[in-house]
Each structure stands twice: as C-alpha cells, then as structure tokens.
Design a protein around this ligand. Sequence first.
Ligand code: ANZ
Ligand code: ZN
Length: 821
Amino acid sequence: EGVYSFAAMEAKWPQVWEDLEVFTPADDGSRERRYVLDMFPYPSGDLHMGHAEAFAMGDVVARYLRQKGFDVLHPIGWDSFGLPAENAAIKRNAHPSEWTYANIDTQAASFKRYAISADWSRRLHTSDPEYYRWTQWLFKRFYERGLAYRKDSPVNWCPKDLTVLANEQVVNGACERCGTPVTKKSLNQWYFKITEYADRLLDDMSELRGHWPERVLAMQRNWIGRSEGAHVRFAIEASDGRAEREVTVFTTRPDTLYGATFFVVAADAHLTLDLVTPEHHDALMAYREKVKALSDIERQSTEREKTGVFTGRYAINPLNGEKLPVWAADYVLADYGTGAIMAVPAHDQRDLDFAKAFGLPVRAVLDTGEEDPAETGTATAGEGTLMNSGELDGLSKAEAIPAAIEILEKLGTGEKFVNFRLRDWLLSRQRFWGTPIPIIHCAECGEVPVPDEQLPVTLPEDLRGEALAPKGTSPLAAAVEWVNVECPNCGRAAMRDTDTMDTFVDSSWYFLRFVSPDYTEGPFDPAKINEWMPVGQYVGGVEHAILHLLYARFFTKVIHDMGLLAADEPFSALLNQGQVLNGGKAMSKSLGNGVDLGEQLDKFGVDAVRLTMIFASPPEDDVDWADVSPSGSAKFLARAWRLGQDVSSEPGTDASTGDRALRVVTHKTIADAAELLDNNKFNVVVARLMELVNATRKTIDSGAGGADPAVREAVEAVAVILSLFAPYTAEDLWNTLGHPASVVNAGWPAHEASLLVHDTVTAVVQVQGKVRDRLEVSPDISEDELRELALASENVQRAMDGRGIRTVIVRAPKLVNIVPA
Ligand code: ANZ
Ligand code: ZN
C-alpha cells in the first residue's frame, strides 16, 4: 500500500517525461497537427499566480488534444527585451542581459516544476541575436514595401521615463508604466503603416467571431474606429473678403450641412496658426498654452465647460454660401479626421454646448419630433425628416447623407470618405534593451538598410549601468564604435540608427518562429510554417485585447501578403483567462494581499494548485484565492489516486462483464467531458470527474470490489481525464494500474453509445426560488458535486448577474436553490 505523496511524484516524473520527449510533436505528418499557444511570459522575477492560472488553462487544451490523438505543438519562450531589465541594469551597474537571463532561468525551472507540457527544445528568447536577426529581417521587408517609414511628428513623451510612448501606452493622459502625465514632443520617428491594413483588420474579424471573446473583438473594432462620412472643403475668407484657401473637414453627417452655424479648428493644430488673423494671434497663443496641459480624454469630455477663441476668419458653407465664424477650441482634436469640423449645434451635443457658451446660433435641420435643441439645450440625434435644407428638405436622414455627398461631388467641394481612429504604429524607442533598427544613415545616400547578410545588428556589450540611463536620446548613441560605420552603399562614413524597436514588434511574430526556431535561412521554415499555422488555440490575458493582438494580426497579414504564409489571421481561437484575486481584489504590493506561488506549490503540491485554478470557476472568470480550497483539491487527488491501489484486475481486462451502473457513469463522463472540453468548460469536467471517482469508490466498497473489471475501466478513465489537470497524480495512477509511461499519450477513451442511455435524474436549479436550469445528474450525486454543477451553469450565472452568493440549499439529487447576496 503506497501513500499519496506529491513530493515523491514531483521528484520522479519530470525526468521520465523529458527522456520520453512526450511533449515534442512528431512533426512528420503522421497525425493531424494542432498548435496551442500561451502568450509568452515577460521575465520579471519568478512566476506568479497569474502565470499559474493562464498556463494551467493552456495546458488543459494541449493535453486534451494530445489525448485526442493530435500532434500538438505547445512551445514556450520569453518576451525578453524591455524596460524593466534596463532599469534593473542601471540600478545595479550591470548589463540588462544579466538580469534578463537570470530571471528566465528561474521561470524556466518553475515552469518545469509546474509540469507545463511544453516542447522545451523549441524554447526561444526575443533578446537572443538568433531571434532578433529575423525581427530585423522582417523590419527590412516592411521597409521595402513602404510599410516602415520615418517622419517628424509630435509624439507622446514620458518626461520621467524619457521615452516615446505609443498612443496605446498612454492611459488617461498618463504613462502606462509610471503614471506620469504625458507631454508632446516633436521627434523623427519610425512608424509601421498599420493604417494601410485598417480595413482588413476590421473586416477579417468576421472570421474570428464565435472563436474570440466578443469583448475583445469589440475593443479592436473600437480601436480601429472606422467612421463612414464625407470630406467637405470649406473656402476660408481672407480679411478683404477674397477666398484665400480651403480647409477640409471630416463629417459623419453631411446631411446636416445646412445646420452648420460655425466652424472649429483644433487649437493646437498647425493649421490654426495659419488661419488666425493678427489681432487674434496673442489670444490664440495664450489659449494654446492651456490646451497643451490637457489629455485627449479631458478635451473630449462632455462634462467640461467648453472653451475656445475666435480666429477672426470665416469659412464659406459650400452648399448655401453662408459665412461661418472660425473658432479654435480644444474639444476638436488635431490628430483626428482633419483637425477641423463644421459645427452643427442642433444635432451634436458638444457643438451645442460650445454654441451656448459663446452665444452662437443654433439651427435644427432634422425634424425628429423632439423639442427644439436651442430651447432644451439637448442636441437631437435620432431619425427624422430634413428641413431648412434647400434641396434636401423632406428626405430622411438615411436618404439625405448620400444625397448631400452627391451634391458635394457635383460641386467639386467634397466626397465620400472613410475615416479611421487607428494611427500608424510608432515603433522606435530611445532605449537600449531592444532590437536595433537595421538602418544606416549616410549623408550621401540617406537611409540605407543594413544588408541581409550583415544581420543581426547586435547590441554593444560594453554599455552598462549609468550609460544606459535615459537622456532623451538613445543610449546607443554613446556607443561610439558601434554607431560609426561605413555606408554599405558608398563606403563613406555613416552612422547607425540608434533607436531600438518597441518590444511589441518582437511579440508580433514569435508564434511563427516557434514552428522552426533553429531555422537559419529565414524567420521560419517555409516547408513547415503552413503545416502548423494558424495557432488553433491562443490563451492569454484580456490586457492584450488591443495592442499585442492587433499588431500580431497586422504582422501576419503583411507576411501573408509577402507570400510567405498561407494564413492571414494568426490565432483561430482565443481564450482570455480570468485574473487570480485575493480577497476579491487583484494582488498587489500596496494591498499586501499577494500570494506566493512557490509557497502554494510547496504546501499543496503542483497538482492541487493546478486543479484548484481549473475547478474554481469557468476559465474566463476570476478566481478569488481567498475563496478556494487547495487542500480540498489535494484531498480529492489523494482519493482519486487511492482508487489505483485497489484495482486488482489486469490491464486489458474486458470490462463488459463489470458493474453496469458504474460503467454507465464512466461512459457518460467520458462522452460529456469531451464535449465540455471542446467548449472550454474545464471546471465542469472536474466536477464530473469527482462524481466518477465517488461512484468508483462506492463500487469498490461493495460487490466485487477492486476485482470488478468495471472498476479498472473507470479508474483508467479517471487517470486519462485527470492527466489534463493534475499531471503528476495522473501519471502515478496510470503507473499503478500497470501501464508504462506515459499517460500523456494514453489516448482518449472511447465511450460505448449503448451505455449512454440515461440512468439519470433531473435536478432543478433555482435562483431565489425561480427555476433557472435543469441538470441531468446521476441519482447518487453528492451534495458538493451537485452544488458545483449548479453554480457552474450558465443560466444560473446569468440569473446571478454578478451578485455574490448568500446561501445554497442542496437536496441531492433533485434540487438546488441559490440565494444571492
Ligand atoms: C458634423 C456633425 C453633425 C457631426 C452632427 C456629428 C453630428 P466619429 O463617429 O467619431 O468619427 N469630428 C470630426 N473630427 C473631429 C475632431 N478632430 N475632433 C473632434 N470631433 C471631430 O465622429 C465624427 C464626427 O465627429 C464628425 O461629424 C465631426 O462632427 C466630429 F449632427 O460633423 B460631425
Ligand atoms: Zn552612402
């Protein structure tokens, strides 16, 4: 009689798995391939509870697909460039690589202990020259296609980190990293032309619907921000009444042109300086100073009182020749649309607020049946019939929009236009620890790409400590020997570009590199790439809903367009795991509610921690560590494991003569578990597994005991299903049952249809006395199991609507009543 010891199992099995290479795909076409990927980690310190959650989820999928007979690629690597390494190096007078690779080693050891079923032979790090050589190679291909370019532009600047930030890294006007308010600065910067792909990034989301979380798709859609409307050109009248120039506006509502009563340019737009008349110049300049301090969010807030200054100019409405005063204001943004608008106060609330603040006229042109906005102060935005609008009168809004565009086109003063919120991707960083931009600047030849055969342009090794500190220029500029090179084109003295790439560039293609990480002729092996791509299941946090996922989609499309990749979407399915909380709050240093993963593993064992993560809630939901019971999980695991000790029949015994009631439970569990797993309902599978373990124990303790062949059949099913959640216990159990390693490739058990006839009862689940679900359960389900199944029901969760639980009354097997808090 053995004793369940997680420590003994954790000491024994990793070596066996490594020797057998059970997690290395055959990659020979003998079986259908599946690619399962977790968002690769950033090497900050050791693994934490969040990693444990995310990687447990991804591992369930990888291990399930292996049992189903697929050849599974489940790689692991590190996103190892980035600021924290650089900051640590400055503090410790070291090179960022020291901190980075030491942390990677720590995390790798923890991942191995955590028994992630990763193919370690494919491990990569984006800060390895063998990797970033190909990041540079890809940059060059983008450059050749005109998709990487440089321009002078006002950029978001963090005055504390002394670095440029992408729009995506500015949160409520502050640096995402350090919270310092972000200012603007003009710099010559590298951009990727992601806007050229805006339409496709939007349209192709239709392929992802149903396979990606709807909220992620919504966030991407919103970020891309496609608006259909028109460009309308307004002549600007000079002081002597002559039309001296034109200004274009973007409007989604050309139908309201007759309702325009004034015109607004962004106070901070360059255009505004051209327009302002001398007598209004000083007031404008003073106003611009105030505007500088505001974030875009503040500027667009409907709560703030409207401010602005008159420019002294007038714009001529192309439809009716009306003269509209031109104002400069902060609620119009310089870098959206054209930076200028026609203001229609009757039908746009911000325009109406502005009109009220400065006594400008309000003219309704759409009869919506609502009260006059000039009276109520509320702009009307609904459907209606055009009025006060000349040839447009009587049309509906839907008819008037194309009609107005047609008139503008005939007049030659406007046309249909689709505007995007999406900006080009600012990719250069004035920091050290990133992929060097493979460009040389020559006074004669201009920008000269480093020839492919000279890649990688590696980082200098001698810069360390203070030399890396941010100064507003790239620290690489200080590496004189590194910077000064011959122009590859003309041989004259030239200089390397001293900026490095945003680390999001590194992570935009790593999933391609995993297919052939040692390939030296290109970023990936063309003979292999289409065998594996696209990734069948991607797993990671919702914090990457916009940036990383949009950039990875963009890279995939460009690489597809180069003819190098068949897929044009990288991730067929996406799962966002929830967060691990403690006491209902995210773990944080300031709250002091952090839970140390290593301590949990020491105390309860890897399997119990993994099982707890899975069992606590549906994968998308948060797990509150204060509410879960890893010791309960450990008890269950020991109970499951002890079944193996009691099986006395030989492997291969025919089960058909065994206890039929148990066989029904076994086969139903196998069939249902597969369906639940296909739908990512991992927690429910665990509940069902607990039921099966209990039913098996009951059979052992009665009748033929452990000699009953139905018992062996049941315990083997337990081992295989358990292998997705608790790899050590499952392997040990499988071994006890007399099978050679490894349970990883045991194969998903077949279920016999004849045994699926319902030997079940219907349990009614009520929330606050109202029936919300009916569950088919086994007649001898335990109270705990029934409670878990009921709480996991989608209908119940919908009825709970996020409320906590006051009590749960369980009368197994027929009734559960849940009372919300
Ligand atoms: C006239 C109008 C009348 C408008 C009306 C709206 C309602 P989305 O949908 O977000 O693209 N706009 C254009 N450029 C702007 C800028 N740089 N800063 C602030 N506002 C700007 O919004 C497009 C609408 O937002 C445009 O259509 C314009 O106002 C405003 F009843 O033009 B509209
Ligand atoms: Zn040259």
